[in-house]
Design a protein around this ligand. Sequence first.
Ligand code: ZN
Length: 108
Amino acid sequence: MTAPSNIRAITEEKSLQFTWPDNLDAQLPFRFLRGRCPCAGCVNEFTGERMVHVEDIPEAIEIADVAFTGNYALKIVWSDRHDTGLYTWEYLRELCESDDATVLTDGL
Ligand SMILES: [Zn+2]
């Protein structure tokens, strides 16, 4: 999976905007992204059951920091200090194509 060509935080809309090389341009709300955290503390490693849901996340959630991990994922540090989630490009792309994303420009 190729990396997004651009990622930027839209603070006023509390969203992260992803632009992909095929021109798909989509925004994902911080709260949704935090609620979809793929780490072992949020999803049971053995059963795959999600233990932290979007509804559990405060509306005021913010991103404290983001960092690239290798060339395959984005590590997001949240304002609630949760920082164990690695969002792979593949996973982010999947979220950008989900119904919860606001699509600005459709890819080809
Ligand atoms: Zn998590």
